[in-house]
Design a protein around this ligand. Structure first.
Ligand code: PEP
Ligand code: MN
Length: 347
């Protein structure tokens, strides 16, 4: 249920509606816009909330049911094209977030070299995994905690906010302490305990779509995070598993406009994991931008042939400037500004 307050409703009127919702055992999620406040009333007992007759309360304009299974993240509740604020930068709402870096932090040297290159090329954020979800238990599993320190050093030097994955609750505090954005990987998209705890941690979340999750399931996972009070979720389409084997996964481009229409959240695309092959990343990135994506996350490495993880899909760090220049043309075409360059545009 969504309670839309009248323009100019007072704080007392909002507080009173919140109190009535909570007295019925439901949770109230007020959201103050420039002119209008809306309050989401989320609870298991829908009839009970309806029986509160909130239409009759002072300051209430109307009460609208949210029919979608996800509520807080639905575009019915907060509208579409919202942005997420990340350490002073944005993704969404007309700002395009380019996140780039190695699949995994392998060493200080490798990470700093990549961080400098992606920053020089125009990326707004640095990615790099400390903990890697590998299909084979014999594959490199990530450096673990020492990698987080390397990422901090890379941020200090380049100023790029860090995006890094958390795989389990055991490492959540350590990751949250350093990450500007916590990534939930495709394999953990339905790890509901982890989603809840990440929601409580209150740090922006990059939520990958699972290899076989429907868009609705993906948005319900985002709802788990939002329900804990953290609406700063960025959705990431990273390819799904289909019958096709020519690419690592099948990039579902339609997920971009579909998810953007259904949810209020920014949607970005990961062409690296979808394609699995370096030469396909640029055409897929272009398609994603033109389909309306709010950003991209791509893997870049100084020496992909020696990478410990996902080398075949890593872009060469020294060629990344040309790659970004190409993608930037599509970003311009869509009338968006690259995150990290907003000040330059408005100055
Ligand atoms: C990654 O970003 O390195 C990664 C493991 O992605 P995904 O969870 O989408 O496979
Ligand atoms: Mn990877």
């Amino acid at each position: 249920m969504m309670i839309v307050m009248k323009e100019g409703a007072t704080d007392e009127q909002v507080a009173h509606v919140v109190e009535r919702i909570e007295s019925a055992g439901a949770k109230a999620h007020p959201s103050r816009g420039e002119f209008v406040t809306v309050i989401g009333a989320i609870g298991d007992d829908r009839e009970m909330i309806a029986s509160l007759n909130l239409e009759g309360e002072e300051g209430v304009e109307k009460v609208v049911p949210i029919l979608k299974p996800y509520k807080l993240v639905s575009s019915d509740f907060r509208g579409s094209d919202r942005h997420v604020e990340i350490s002073g930068r944005r993704i969404g709402g007309g700002t395009f977030g380019l996140i780039a870096g190695p699949c995994a932090v392998e060493s200080r040297e490798q990470t700093l070299t990549t961080a400098r290159a992606v920053r020089a090329a125009g990326a707004g954020f640095l990615r790099g995994g400390a903990f890697k979800p590998r299909t084979s238990p014999y594959a490199f599993q990530g450096m673990g905690l020492p990698a987080l320190e390397i990422l901090v050093e890379a941020r200090e030097e380049t100023g790029l906010p860090i995006v890094t994955e958390v795989m389990n609750l055991r490492h959540l505090d350590d990751v949250v302490e350093v990450a500007d954005v916590v990534q939930i990987g495709a394999r953990n998209v339905q790890n509901f305990d982890l989603l809840r705890e990440v929601g409580r941690a209150g740090v922006p979340v990059l939520l990958k779509r699972g290899l076989s999750t429907t868009i609705e399931e993906w948005l319900l996972s985002a709802e788990y995070v939002a329900r804990e009070g953290n609406g700063d979720v960025i959705l990431c389409e990273r390819g799904i598993r289909t019958f096709e084997t020519a690419t690592r996964s099948t990039l579902d481009i339609s997920a971009v406009p579909v998810a953007k229409g259904l949810a209020s959240l920014p949607v970005i695309v990961d062409p690296s994991h979808a394609a699995g092959r370096r030469e396909l990343i640029l055409p897929m990135a272009r398609a994603a931008v033109v389909a309306g994506a709010d950003g991209l996350i791509v893997e870049v490495h100084p020496a992909p042939e020696t990478a410990l993880c996902d080398g075949p899909q890593a872009l060469h760090a020294e060629e990344f400037g040309d790659w970004v220049a190409d993608v930037r043309r599509c970003v311009d075409l869509m009338g968006k500004v690259m995150a990290g360059e907003e000040a330059a545009v408005s100055a």
